[in-house]
Design a protein around this ligand. Structure first.
Ligand SMILES: Cc1ncc(COP(=O)(O)O)c(C=O)c1O
Length: 413
């Protein structure tokens, strides 16, 4: 057995914002024997999964499932809809948005990146990485584009590098207000099945997602939810594609099959995850994440440290970015917490590397695992010599005690 760490007892605390802790029930489902992916049993499973995942995306249209990480599904969204040299408008809310823009450029698209300008005292190097999308900027840019050169607007719903969400319905309204025909593509890789998301209602053309976050699965499968307009665009699009091409997948999916060998055991896991999500109900799933996030934020506020997201209206329900005092190496603090307490926290990415860490509050968690996580953070911060204003653990305990999960279940009904 591979020795993964020096802690022989107890469970490792995987509190990064994905991969998230996988429930035992899902791990057990994935350990069933692999079956023939062209046989009748598999076809029945495929049809059930493809119907179930549409409910999570809130769409009546096809969802393509790839044996690839989220990055593959990003590429699939672009190559299926666009042609070499097409102009795409991206909006930089954080590291993942900028990686998607880099990919677009690498694929031969002409990429334009919007970002929020201005100054920020807490993170001067990345002022746009503390707020959600300003849809007015998108509307203004699209209005200027009277020749309709812009073929697609690409945005991230839950920016995993910052802990900030964006209002996708507002982006749709901005595109409509400008009377612009650009496709709307949204990355909700870390938002799906944790944060409210509505593919059809919000008029999204391609939604990109992945398995290892709110769906509570290991990494390895990813998704493109499509719209009729996206499918139409794919008939004209000229970027080279083969493995990611929607046409064959959508056709084979009608019988519950794939054009190549799918990730059978991950699909067993997806089946189990969909059953769990359906039994709990999506409104309760969203409320549960909001409640956890509020408890974690209560802790960060009690420590007296800045939350990376500067706008309470767009706090992520999935993760919280914690900014450390100037001069402290956040990665050294993370390393110490990992070594001493067997707790993994998310590293700062890109422009904010070393300045912050991320606490994931998703997947197979509960009040007590989150309190233990916060205790690990609090001990690590103190051991690193950081002066804290108060006890975050106590603040979170008070929050969870005063806001029982049962109250949320009632209000979500
Ligand atoms: C918002 C977002 N987009 C894209 C990705 C890339 O996905 P993957 O690492 O599965 O390829 C991630 C991964 O964390 C993400 O959080």
């Amino acid at each position: 057995m591979l020795q993964l760490d020096a802690h022989p007892t107890g469970r490792h605390f995987l509190q990064i914002p994905g991969p998230s802790p996988v429930p035992d029930r899902i791990l057990r489902a994935m350990s069933l024997p692999t079956i023939d992916h062209r046989g009748p049993e598999f076809g029945a499973l495929g049809l059930k999964l493809l119907a179930g995942i549409r409910e999570v995306f809130k769409t009546r249209h096809p969802v393509a499932i790839y044996p690839a990480s989220g990055t593959g599904a990003w590429e699939a969204a672009l190559v299926n809809t666009l042609s070499p040299g097409d102009h795409v408008l991206m909006y930089e809310t954080g590291h993942f948005a900028s990686l998607w823009a880099r990919m677009a450029t690498r694929l031969g698209l002409s990429t334009e990146v919007l970002t929020l300008k201005g100054s920020d005292i807490v993170l001067p190097q990345a002022p746009g990485w503390r707020r959600g999308i300003d849809a007015a900027l998108i509307e203004q840019r699209l209005r200027e584009d009277s020749a309709h050169r812009i073929q697609a607007v690409c945005v991230v719903h839950n920016e995993t590098s910052t802990g900030v969400t964006s209002d996708i319905a507002a982006v749709r309204r901005a595109i409509d207000a400008a009377r612009h025909p650009a496709l709307l593509m949204v990355d909700t890789i870390s938002g799906l099945a944790s944060a409210d998301y509505r593919h059809d209602e919000w008029g999204v053309d391609v939604t990109v997602s992945g398995s290892q976050k709110g769906l509570m699965l290991p990494p390895g499968i990813s998704f493109n939810a499509l719209s009729p307009r996206a499918l139409e665009a794919s008939k004209r699009a000229k970027l080279p594609r083969s493995f990611f091409a929607w046409d064959e997948i959508v056709e084979m999916n009608q019988g519950g099959y794939w054009p190549y060998t799918p990730s059978t055991n991950l699909l067993y896991g997806l089946h189990e995850a969909l059953e769990m999500i359906q039994a709990e109900g999506l409104p309760q799933v969203f409320a549960r994440h909001q409640r956890w996030a509020a408890g974690v934020r209560a802790a960060v506020k009690a420590w007296g440290l800045p939350i990376q997201c500067a706008d309470p209206a767009v706090y992520s329900p999935v993760l919280t970015g914690v900014v450390l005092p100037e001069g402290v190496d956040a990665d050294a603090v993370r390393r110490l917490i990992h070594q001493r307490f067997d707790l993994s926290l998310g590293t700062g990415l890109g422009k904010v590397k070393g300045r912050m860490f991320r606490i994931g509050h998703l997947g197979d968690s509960n009040d007590l695992t989150l309190l233990a996580t916060l205790a690990g953070c609090e001990m690590g911060l103190k051991l690193s010599g950081i002066a804290l204003a108060g006890s975050g653990v106590h603040a979170a305990m008070d929050h969870f005690a005063a806001n029982p999960a049962s109250a949320l279940a009632d209000s979500a009904r």
